[in-house]
Design a binder for this molecule. Structure first.
Ligand SMILES: Nc1nc2c([nH]c(=O)n2[C@@H]2O[C@H](COP(=O)(O)OP(=O)(O)OP(=O)(O)O)[C@@H](O)[C@H]2O)c(=O)[nH]1
Length: 126
C-alpha cells in the first residue's frame, strides 16, 4: 500500500484543485494536489514539500480532514487529506495541465480521481 497525502488548499473560501497531465497515472483526472509520503517524513511536511515541488507554492498544513484507502487496478493507496493554507508563490504547472480555485459548491462539476470522491462529498456537505 502506498501512503499519499493530498492538500485541501484554502485561499479565502476557495480550494485549489488540479488536473493530472496526460502522461501521469489517472490522466486528466482532477485531484487535491500532493504526492507520496517518503519514509521518515510526516504527512504534514510531505504535503508542504510536494506542493513546493509540483506547483511552486508555499503552504502551511493544518488539520487532518479524512483518509481513504482505495484500490486501483494496479495499486492500492491510502490517501490522507489535510486542510492546508496557501501562503505564497505563483502556481507553476509541472505534473498538472490545469488548476482552478473553486468553491465547495462547484466541486461536483469536476471529474475527480475515484480515491478523492469521499473527500469531495464531505466538502460539498460542509
Ligand atoms: N497527489 C494526489 N495523488 C492522488 C490523488 N488521488 C489519487 O488517486 N492519487 C494517486 O496517488 C498516487 C500518488 O500520487 P502522485 O503521482 O501525485 O505522487 P508523486 O508525485 O509522489 O509520485 P511520482 O513522482 O512517482 O509521480 C498516484 O497514483 C495518484 O494517481 C490526489 O488527490 N492527490
Amino acid at each position: 500500500m502506498i501512503d499519499v497525502v493530498a492538500g485541501i488548499i484554502w485561499k479565502n473560501d476557495k480550494i485549489l484543485i488540479a488536473r493530472r497531465s496526460k502522461n501521469k497515472h489517472l490522466p486528466y483526472k482532477w485531484e487535491f494536489p500532493g504526492g507520496k509520503i517518503e519514509s521518515g517524513e510526516s504527512a504534514e511536511k510531505a504535503l508542504e514539500r510536494e506542493l513546493k515541488e509540483e506547483l511552486g507554492i508555499h503552504t502551511k498544513t493544518n488539520d487532518f480532514f479524512s483518509n481513504n484507502i482505495h484500490q486501483y487496478e494496479a495499486i492500492t493507496i491510502n490517501l490522507y487529506a489535510y486542510n492546508s493554507i496557501y501562503l505564497s508563490g505563483d502556481i507553476t504547472l509541472i505534473d498538472h495541465d490545469q488548476v482552478e480555485w473553486v468553491s465547495t459548491s462547484k466541486l461536483l462539476d469536476y471529474d475527480f480521481a475515484d480515491a478523492d470522491l469521499p473527500f469531495v462529498y464531505k466538502l460539498v456537505n460542509l
